[in-house]
Ligand binder design. Structure first.
Ligand SMILES: NC(=O)c1ccc[n+]([C@@H]2O[C@H](COP(=O)([O-])OP(=O)(O)OC[C@H]3O[C@@H](n4cnc5c(N)ncnc54)[C@H](O)[C@@H]3O)[C@@H](O)[C@H]2O)c1
Length: 350
């Protein structure tokens, strides 16, 4: 297949592109605007690859997307480009609406224009919209996890913009017959994640002996999926998913934020003991994120059955790989810390 991947220089998109090049024979065109969150290094192996090309473009530029779709004639689209950091969405929601809502709209329209111009593509064509479990809102401690049929209840500017894009994608399926597939996934972690998100930010602060901020009392819970497991699931979905279907993807690895932070400290202490003492001494409880959802979790049984996929890494195994990866790729994140984001608090709505 000829696949168009949006956001392929981001954290999950680059894992998808690397997996596609390693494990399939598909041709890949990556479309990425190269925002602060993009990293060409994450696609190093793809740079010279004969089956891969990178086009720098903004998905919210409708005319440009239409032009790219008509020129490249992809047989499937994997749409991952987005603004993704909840804290940044609190400080500046406009960019989230522009990219996540208008960007998704312009891609859906470009796909529709492509199928009108090339009806022979229609039978195989898929538009895979990659989304998050945050669109379902917050679970209480005893609620059952989200599934494919959970009602929408987004509560942050980020999750509201993703929910809007999910609704647009499904509307284009029902109204225009565009073969759309949606997947909603739990929190990802692993190599190449921009050091603003909980796991890499904590890891780097702990390594540098800086304070480790934990929002509120650290009891908020997330369900963690190793990024390479997610990338494999996404490729299964674009290859074999049903148009109109939703896939809930997760690994049943719920942890409280405090447990995650402590696990990172313990993993670092084992690999690289700090003469000043255990790194948990650096933990500081700070005022909570405004509107902080208490808990997200996904029950992936239905998707595991439909896709013959399940996550290969539990949290402890995935975290050990992640910690080792960050220790071995210091120059990558040191450059980002120096030039793009130094680790200061974002999203306090102050
Ligand atoms: N990270 C997670 O835990 C998680 C969980 C579930 C779903 N998701 C979804 O998966 C997708 C990828 O997430 P990620 O964590 O890899 O994000 P990321 O922030 O690491 O990367 C996003 C990529 O999109 C690109 N991009 C942003 N705006 C663009 C625009 N206007 N035009 C073109 N490219 C643009 C960026 O340059 C970057 O390369 C997103 O849609 C996100 O909502 C993420």
């Amino acid at each position: 297949m000829r696949l168009l991947v949006t956001g392929g220089c981001g954290f999950i998109g680059s894992a998808v592109v690397r997996h596609l090049l390693r494990a399939t024979v598909h041709e890949i065109v990556t479309v990425d605007r190269m925002t602060y969150a993009a990293s060409e290094e994450a696609l190093e192996a793809a740079r010279e690859h004969p089956r891969h090309r990178l086009i720098q473009a903004d998905i919210a530029d409708g005319a440009r997307m239409r032009e790219i779709f008509l020129a490249e004639r992809p047989q499937a689209v994997m749409h991952l480009a987005a603004e993704t950091h909840v804290d940044r969405s609190i400080d500046g929601p406009a960019e989230f609406l522009r990219t996540n809502v208008m960007g998704t709209f312009s891609l859906l329209e470009a796909a529709r224009a492509l199928l009108a111009a090339a009806p022979e593509l229609r039978g195989r064509f898929r538009f895979h919209h990659v989304s998050t479990d945050e669109v379902f809102g917050a679970l209480g401690a005893l609620d059952p996890p989200f599934t494919e049929t959970s009602p929408y209840d987004p509560r942050s500017p980020y999750s509201a913009s993703k929910a809007a894009s999910d609704h647009l994608a499904r509307a284009w399926f029902h109204t225009y017959g565009l073969p759309v597939i949606v997947s909603n996934t739990t929190n990802n972690y692993g190599p190449w994640q921009f050091p603003e998100k909980l796991i890499p930010l904590t890891l780097i602060n702990a390594l540098e002996g800086r304070e480790i901020a934990v929002y509120g009392d650290g009891s908020n819970r997330r369900d963690w999926l190793f990024v390479e497991d997610h990338a494999k699931a996404l490729v299964h979905i674009v290859e074999a998913g049903e148009p109109g279907a939703t896939y809930a993807i997760g690994a049943r690895q719920e942890r409280s934020n405090l447990e995650v932070v402590q696990a990172i400290c313990h993993a670092l202490d084992r690999l690289l003991p700090d003469p000043a003492g255990p790194r948990t001494r650096l933990i500081r409880f700070v005022p909570d994120r405004p509107g902080h959802d208490f808990r997200y979790a996904i029950e992936p049984a239905e998707s595991e059955r439909a896709l013959a996929w399940h996550a290969a890494h539990d949290f402890e195994r995935g975290l050990a790989l992640t910690v080792t990866w960050y220790l071995e790729h210091r120059s990558w994140w040191q450059e980002l810390r120096a030039r793009r984001y130094g680790g200061e608090r974002l999203g306090s709505a102050a």
